[in-house]
Design a protein around this ligand. Sequence first.
Ligand code: CO
Length: 134
Amino acid sequence: MIGRLNHVAIAVNDLAAAARGYRDTLGARVGSPRDVPEHGVRVVFVTLPNTKIELLEPLGADSPIAGFLERNPSGGIHHLCYEVDDILAARDRLKAGGARVLGAGEPAIGAHGKPVLFLHPKDFSGTLIELEQA
Ligand code: CO
């Protein structure tokens, strides 16, 4: 059911420093910072030949990544995003299989302007999973 790895998201406390590391030290193609207030993050996209890295910095006091950064003060991998052809069919199949879809279970528009859902990390080896409509 899942398809390509769309991105790996890394939560950071200092977005500018993380972007510099990817651009100047790792030599990656790094975009400009963009605020995504509806998800409580500021994001920089790093484009690799086969996938993307999203560097996420908290935006606002109640950012959903604030707790993660409290537990991981030097930052860390926050979630993996897999593409699916039909996000509603994927959700229904996952729920029927007992997986927990976070929030109300309705897709929200993600950082790339496409519908996304998040799955509970305890159901998938301790990894928060984002599904994005391909
Ligand atoms: Co993501």
